[in-house]
Design a protein around this ligand. Structure first.
Ligand SMILES: [Zn+2]
Length: 190
């Protein structure tokens, strides 16, 4: 029997896990580690990883199953023991990577996410200025009022115009997609 598919959850879906040992997320979700109760672990706080579901352990504990951490560890986390945050804010970046590059392995997805995150952190400020939007919180509020006026940003790497949506998450998706299509490797550390 195939495991049940659920939306990514912060806490274990206990009713689903009464009848099944494993549930899978409909797509991997990015998490950030806060702490792990293992003195020998190679994981450090702030590391990011990709989680893909929940598993019920023989001890009756629940484990968040990890595809990979940024240091290539695959240690799972125990609910109620280890601590982490679910980064659903970056769902659209992960989506744009997975839709455009289904060939990438989990560790390649994490590395590309870090690249895009650097791009956004370094360059999005310029885009923000160019569009005269003073804060990103304002972005979603503008949605309906400006629907008929296209919003452009100029890519700071290639100078191409990118048509953006007034909804912040869609704009993030579009900018990430542009980066994935044109600039992979630009922000690599090596
Ligand atoms: Zn570009």
């Amino acid at each position: 029997m195939n495991p049940k598919i659920v939306n990514a959850t912060k806490t274990p879906p206990i009713s689903d896990l009464e009848t099944e040992d494993t549930v899978l997320f409909n797509e991997p979700v990015l998490i950030t580690l806060i702490s792990v109760d293992d003195p020998y672990t190679t994981l450090r706080p702030e590391m990011i990883g990709l989680a893909y579901g929940w598993n019920k352990l023989p001890t009756k504990q629940y484990a968040l199953m990890i595809k990979v951490w940024e240091n290539e560890s695959t240690l799972n986390l125990i609910y109620g023991v280890d601590k982490w945050t679910l980064n659903t804010d970056y769902e659209d970046i992960i989506d744009s990577i997975m839709n455009n590059r289904p060939d990438l392995s989990p560790i390649e997805i994490i590395n590309l996410f870090k690249e895009i995150f650097n791009f956004l952190e370094t360059e999005l400020i310029k885009i923000k200025t160019e569009t005269n939007i003073s804060s990103f919180n304002q972005w979603n509020d503008l949605g309906s009022a400006f629907e008929n006026e296209p919003l452009y940003a100029t890519c700071p790497i290639c100078n191409n115009k990118i048509v953006l949506d007034y909804y912040y998450n869609s704009a993030l998706y579009t900018i990430s997609e542009h980066y994935v299509e044109k600039h992979i490797g630009h922000y690599s550390k090596d």
